[in-house]
Design a protein around this ligand. Structure first.
Ligand code: SAM
Length: 472
């Protein structure tokens, strides 16, 4: 039985409710009166239910679709402005005991190089990432209680935060590791992590069990209930995601929104972020064997409908997607992107030899961070290296209530400009510097309040005097 507040996976992600939602969406997607009323509700910018959003997702009327994309764009602009938060993944270890059919780290893949970073290697990787200009990382690891126990992950986090190279530092470590216990989540919270990210892969239990035939990840309930345990363990910010391509996208869309509704109903705060990865070619993996791949237009519609349904949730896109696709979905909802990413264990310090590859999947956007930053600015975005909210304790429900009250903007815009200028001075190429300084000048001139403008100019000036790492 469907129960949004239940702590049991099969009740809050209830299969019958999803099937009824899909049937409801099929029956009503051409009911333009209903579609219009849902769009009107969405214009209030307070979100939609999974049923309402599913109707919009299936609507094929051109005029309404235009309105949906326009609305997604305006919600994005209202809540996130033109800022795009930058991050990079850092792969710690690809040892894994699971049998995930889509992932090259699966246990029976005997030809992929297995690697696990030592603490010295982490210092080298983090130094290389700092030299690129990164301030925010998402650490990634396979699941292996012997090779990658929680103690190893905690030690890595400590090492990452300890590296201070030139003006660099990693100021926020998000963590993407397998579902674990409340006790381990508590340890991660105490280690000062940012967001705990865990992709559901698929919300369909039957498919989930087939796609994860062996290993601890086979347990659907344990995996699906992980975010509740994370929050019980004191982690304020959690990040959801599904791996599009494995199951029917409509099923995943309803599922992920139901998951968001569940977190909001039980913990009073929805997910901090939603990621939208698509399955990619990888060692021992042919994405074409999964027959639920989606084209770029459908993908953009999904992003736009998520943006409308959960306006307060950040949306993340990785370098799994190419430049063209990233450009398209940035407009309609994405607020965080990775740049200059390597999906190999140890790939930042030095490239891997051809016969020693440990990568998780093929990266489609292979540009450097500098190139991505330059490109974003030319598209009119402010690449932001800001981590202030997390460090000022603006997390979980505190962050959400400020965001809902429109207050976060007052911190985000100046902080984005300060961290962008920090990046430009310390790491950017000459052309990126030129584009960036022009952009900052324009942004200062656009600040309507003279007092706020004066304060911003004062703080930006401190960077020229060599000061670093301050924030609103
Ligand atoms: N071991 C952790 C877990 O089980 O959640 C972390 C997983 S992995 C390092 C991060 C994510 O990469 C996975 O959750 C999965 O969605 C994604 N992934 C795995 N194989 C992929 C592929 N072939 N293409 C694209 N993404 C993939």
């Amino acid at each position: 039985m469907y129960n949004v507040k239940s702590l049991k996976a099969e009740e809050f992600i209830n299969h019958d409710e999803i099937m009824e939602t899909l049937a409801y969406a099929d029956e009503n997607c051409d009911n333009l009166e209903l579609v219009d009323s849902i769009i009107e509700k969405a214009k209030l910018k307070k979100g939609l239910t999974h049923r309402e959003a599913s109707v919009l997702l299936m609507c094929s009327d051109d005029k309404r679709n235009e309105e949906i994309f326009k609305l997604a764009k305006s919600i994005k602009e209202e809540f996130y402005g033109n800022r795009i938060v930058m991050f990079a993944p850092l792969y710690l270890s690809n040892y894994c005991v699971n049998g995930c059919l889509y992932c090259p780290y699966h246990y029976s893949n005997k030809h992929i190089a297995r690697k696990k970073l030592t603490q010295e290697e982490i210092v080298r990787e983090v130094t290389a990432l700092q030299d690129m200009g990164h301030k925010r990382l998402a650490i990634e690891s396979g699941e292996d209680p012997v090779n990658n126990p929680i103690e190893y992950i905690l030690e890595c986090i400590k090492t990452i935060y300890s590296v201070k190279h030139k003006n660099g530092s990693i100021r926020r470590v998000n963590v993407n590791i397998a579902a674990t216990t409340v006790e381990n989540y508590r340890k991660l919270a105490e280690a000062g992590i940012g967001t705990y990210i865990l992709f559901q892969e698929t919300y369909n239990k039957e498919s989930y069990e087939k796609l994860h035939p062996t290993g601890p990840k086979h347990n659907y309930a344990y995996h699906t209930e992980a975010m509740d345990r994370a929050m019980e363990g004191g982690i304020d910010d959690v990040g959801l995601g599904v791996l599009f391509g494995l199951e029917l996208y409509r099923y995943e869309f309803a599922g992920i929104l139901m998951h968001a509704e569940h977190l909001e109903a039980v913990h009073g705060v929805g997910p901090h972020t939603i990621s939208v990865p698509r399955v990619k070619k990888a060692d021992d993996i042919d994405p074409d064997v999964f027959d639920n791949g989606i084209d770029d237009d459908t993908f953009a519609k999904i992003v736009a409908c998520i943006r409308i349904a959960v306006p307060y949730t950040g949306m993340i896109i990785s370098t799994r997607e190419n430049e063209e696709c990233r450009k398209k979905i940035l407009e309609v909802g994405i607020s965080q992107i990775s740049g200059g990413s390597k999906t190999s264990v140890g790939g930042y310090y030095e490239p891997e030899a051809e016969d020693d590859k440990s990568e998780q999947f093929d990266v489609s956007d292979t540009r450097t961070l500098d190139e991505v930053v330059n490109w974003l600015m030319k598209l009119g975005y402010i690449p932001s290296f800001c981590t202030a909210c997390y460090r000022e304790g603006r997390t979980g429900d505190r962050f959400m209530s400020l965001l809902k009250a429109g207050q976060i903007q007052n911190c985000c815009h100046p902080n984005a400009l300060i961290t962008l200028k920090e990046y430009l001075i310390d790491y950017a190429s000459e052309d990126t510097k030129k584009v960036g300084f022009e952009l900052i000048k324009r942004e200062i001139n656009n600040v309507p309040n003279p007092k706020a403008r004066e304060t911003l100019v004062k703080y930006l000036g401190l960077l020229d005097e060599g000061q670093r790492d301050f924030r609103f």
